[in-house]
Design a protein around this ligand. Sequence first.
Ligand code: TYM
Length: 339
Amino acid sequence: MTEVVHTPRVFSGIQPSGGLTLGNYLGAIKRFVDMQESGIETLYCMVDLHAITVWQDPADLRHNTRELAAGYIAAGLDPAKSILFNQSQVSAHAELGWLFSCVARMGWMKRMTQFKDKAGKNAENASLGLFGYPALMAADILIYHSTHVPVGEDQKQHLELTRDVAAKFNHDFGVDFFPMTEPVIEGAATRVMSLRDGTKKMSKSDPSDAARINMTDDADTIAKKIRKAKTDPDALPSEAKGLEDRPEARNLVNIFAALSDQSADAVLADVGGKQFSEFKPMLVDLAVEKLSPISAEMARLMGDPAEIDRILGQGSARARKIANPILEKTYDIVGMIRS
Ligand code: TYM
C-alpha cells in the first residue's frame, strides 16, 4: 500500500471548564500562537463536549466558553488566520467519536492516568463520557487529518492513544486513511507547577487559588501570588542542571524562561547567584508586563459576547467544511449507507 502524505495541519483544544491558568497559557496557547504564525493551517477549539464529562453548570459553561475564546484572541490568535470554534457546533466530532468508541478498547481507557486522577477513588460513579474521553479527543484531532498537536506534557498519553486509534482503524479496515499525528510538546514550560507545591501541576481545579495564576488576575494579585510562592533558601544556580532537586525553584525559573522566550539556561546565565528576594520581583515585573495586557483585552472582549459568538459561529462553519468530507469518507470505509 502506498503511504498517503497528509498536508500539515495543526489542531488543539482546551476545556472551558473553569478559568484559564498560566499553565494553559505557557503550555498551550502561547505555542498555538507560534504555530499560527508559522503559516500552517491551524484550528483551535473550545472542547465543550469534553467539559461536560464532569458536571458543568450551564450558565458557567456558556460564560467559560466565551471567556476561553476571549483568552485565545487576547493572547494573539487571530480569527482571520486560525479557525477558532467550539466543538459542539461541529457535530462531526461527536459522530467520529462514536466510531472511535467502537475501535478503542476498554483496556486502553483504563490505563489513562487523567481518568484515574479525575475519577479518583470513586471510579464507578464517574460518567461514561469521562471514561471514553480519549476516544472523542482522538476524533477531535483526526476529523481534520491533523498532523501536529501542540499541548502540555500532561496530554502526551492521550496523544499516544490517538495514534493507537488511527493505527487500529487503518489496520482493521485495510486503509491508510488517518495520519499518525505528532504531539508538539515544546518550550520551557510544558509542565507549569503549582506555586504552593512544586511537585503538583498548576491546575484550574486546585482548591487553592494561591497555587495558580489565572489569566484574569490583576497586577496586584499576580504580584501577591508570586511573592508568596513557595521557594527554598538557596541562591539560584548558574545552570539548569543545578535545579534538579529543587522543584519550586525550577518552576519559577521555567516560568521566567517561557514568559521571556528564553531557555532556563539563558535565564540562569543572567540571574545565577541571586537570592529569591531579588529574583521574585524580576519575575513579578515580567509576569505583569506580559499578562496584564492579555487580561485587559479579555475583559474588553467579554464586554461584547455577541461578537464572540459570531466569531465562533464563523469558525465552526469553516471547521465543518474540512470535517464533513472526512466524516463521509470514514462512514463509507466503515460500510454505512449514506444516500
Ligand atoms: P486542558 O483543558 O486540561 O488543558 C489545555 C491545555 O493546557 C495544557 N496545560 C498545561 N501545560 C503546562 N502546564 C500546566 N500546568 C498545564 N495545565 C494545562 C494542557 O496540556 C493542554 O494542552 N484533553 C485536553 C483537551 C483536548 C484536546 C483535544 C487537546 C480535548 N481534545 C484535542 C488537544 C487536542 C485537556 O484536558 O486539556
